[in-house]
Design a protein. Sequence first.
Length: 73
Amino acid sequence: MFNILVLATTNKGKLKEFKELLKDFPVEIRSLADFGPIPPVVEDGETFDDNAYKKAHFTAKVLGLPCIADDSG
């Protein structure tokens, strides 16, 4: 059985990249596109890290699933 890990993005390129990076782990990577509408996150952090944390934390709370995010610009 696979565990679900949400990537907080609808960017298909990022999804493909993360699936490749995590292919050897027993996780099923899903993106926001796999779920219904989710309220947008205001990305007002001072750094990319701040915004990624905010996006992952918010999405995990909304979906009740572990979540990661990348905000590299």
